[in-house]
Ligand binder design. Structure first.
Ligand code: FE2
Ligand code: FE2
Length: 358
């Protein structure tokens, strides 16, 4: 494929390429080049462009926002070398995305557990250190693989990570058992926190298993199940923050309590919707469900961001480790990313709005 056949408007190329590397959503100023986009419908488009060393084939989902601005809602690029296109496989892309996010989370869980053990729990401290090293290595390797890596290699990697995730799950459940039988008196890990991080490990291993078996849930089920899972995660976070802030931070503690209550309520609503399946899986009900949850998650995410910054700058009194504050913020961002994905899928669906979605 020759460059001059690919794309001629360098302004657009620069605007897009300049913002591409780190963000999935960019606003492109299209002043003066509207005509290029006039011919494009707000669906996935494929463009080709190059920087100095590579040629990229990119698929964009463009949404018209104002007469002179468009929002690129998602983009995905493959590198083309010597006329051979290295197409990325959605299985590889999704696997790497999950592993890059969750391996860092698992690494941090090991660190938090270790901080909460007593000095004499040397064996548990050793085990936590080993898991931290294992997931650090997995995270590093996940960033070394590319989106055009052979799917078979990624399938093996997924299996290996699946094993590590099930082992850390078993370790967390063992620790929970010890705490609940009062075998670790004076330790600083709340039982709910240990249960919580074990649920996150289970979620991670389930996702890897689904990816390798090629059996991802249908959209309507995924919308309900992901929300039930993440709403409880968010409700737990609010409770942890409320308990780890110094009691004298009365206003923040009160805010955390309000979030805890709000997310408990949303979680029960999600469980109600789940119980009414499949009749509850209509387009309008699921859309409203996603919208309502998104509003609340955004405000919790902002609260966590503020708390994280205040802790980082030592402006409030708490026993929250700065890394824990950032960790729970990133998990809220992850939930928002998933909700946005559901929103896009639902709004892109050409269905009778009252139709059941399965
Ligand atoms: Fe976590
Ligand atoms: Fe969490």
């Amino acid at each position: 494929m020759k460059m001059n056949q690919c794309f001629s408007n360098q302004n657009v190329v620069k605007a897009v390429y300049g913002e591409w590397t780190d963000t999935k959503q960019v606003t492109v100023n299209l002043t003066g080049i509207e005509s290029v986009l006039d011919n494009m419908s707000p669906v996935i488009k494929m463009w080709v462009f190059s920087n100095k060393t590579h040629i990229f084939l990119c698929r964009y989902h463009i949404e018209q926002a104002t007469p002179i601005k468009s929002v690129i809602r998602s983009m995905h690029c493959n590198r083309i070398l010597n006329g051979v296109m290295f197409m990325s496989d959605p299985f590889v892309v999704r696997s790497l995305d999950e592993i890059r996010f969750w391996s860092r989370i698992m690494k941090e869980h090991s660190f938090f557990l270790r901080l909460g053990f007593r000095c004499e729990d040397t064996q548990l401290i050793d085990e936590a250190n080993q898991f931290q090293a294992i997931f650090e290595d997995i995270e590093r390797r996940a960033h070394m693989y590319q989106e055009n890596t052979d799917p078979q290699t990624i399938r093996q990697f997924n299996s290996e990570v699946y094993n590590a995730a099930t082992h850390i799950w078993a370790f967390k459940r063992k620790v929970l058992g010890l705490i609940l039988r009062c075998k670790l008196p004076g330790g600083n890990n709340f039982p709910l926190l240990v249960d919580h991080i074990s649920r996150e490990a289970r979620y991670f291993s389930n996702r890897l298993d689904e990816l390798n078996k090629g059996r991802l849930e249908p959209l309507a089920d995924a919308i309900i199940d992901e929300n039930v899972f993440f709403l409880k995660i968010m409700a737990d976070h609010a409770k942890f923050i409320g308990h780890l802030l110094d009691p004298s931070e009365r206003k923040l503690v009160e805010q955390a309590r309000e979030f805890s209550h709000e997310f408990d309520t949303l979680m029960y609503q999600a469980i109600d919707l789940s119980s009414m399946r499949p009749q509850s899986q209509t387009h309008p009900l699921l859309s409203q469900f996603v919208d309502e949850n998104r509003v609340s998650v955004k405000s919790l995410r902002d609260f966590k961001k503020t708390a994280r910054d205040l802790i980082e700058e030592c402006r409030i009194k708490s026993i929250i480790h700065p890394l824990l504050a950032d960790h729970v913020f990133r998990e809220a961002e992850r939930f928002l990313f998933i909700l946005d994905m559901f929103d896009r899928s639902l709004s892109g669906m050409k269905v009778n709005r009252k139709e059941i979605l399965f």
